[in-house]
Design a protein around this ligand. Sequence first.
Ligand code: ATP
Length: 235
Amino acid sequence: MLKVEHLKLSYGAIKALHDINLQVARGSIVTLIGANGAGKSSVLHSISGTVNNKQGNILLDGVNINHLKAHKIVERGLVHVPEGRHIFTSMTVKDNLKMGAYIRSDEAQIKLDMKHVYDLFPRLYERRRQMAGTLSGGEQQMLAIGRALMAKPKLLMLDEPSMGLAPLLVKEIFNIIKDINKLGTTILLVEQNANMALSVADYAYVLEVGNITYEGKAENLLGNSNLKKAYLGKA
Ligand code: ATP
């Protein structure tokens, strides 16, 4: 579904990505893991068209989306939930969700999809009239994912959904990610929490200072402490 070929990205003099090649198969969960500053977010920003000056090819269903503006990429079904959530804090939960559907005009279906988001996240339903800025960190993360789902993505890219969340909530978010995938959305997941990410993913890429240094089935990496130690610095 998604193919990234020879992706390179610099921020001025800083070379953040050297030569990234990766693929995401339809229906799968693929994770991109690595330490702070490895370039994980930069890969997602390059794919979603939210950084300039990248080089290489990004193919979505065989079509080169390299030069498309970010909103055109959303219209093609590729939606990015960036690190840090970026919800509209002075709008209600419900209005945030409505904003997620801004590219759509199928009102009846939008209503059904909102119900679907509330089924996935009952807590958002309970708080639908609350200002988003007053939600807890975990609830804001749920809202960011729910809002992305309102665009009806074929491919959802999540950047560190577990960041700053208590362990129980991390589990809940990862269970929901699995559910979203089971319902038909392909997922590219960036995480520092390698164990959690590998436990839900089908396939994994390890990124180290702008290079992919390992790729393989997630279960191979999860079950092999030598591999984990070599690539992630921990067993
Ligand atoms: P983290 O897990 O800490 O979020 P990451 O793996 O997502 O890290 P990136 O945020 O992609 O890494 O950053 C990769 C490199 O590019 C880092 O060295 C970072 O300092 C640099 N970088 C990222 N964004 C910018 C920017 N806008 N301007 C300059 N340098 C940047």
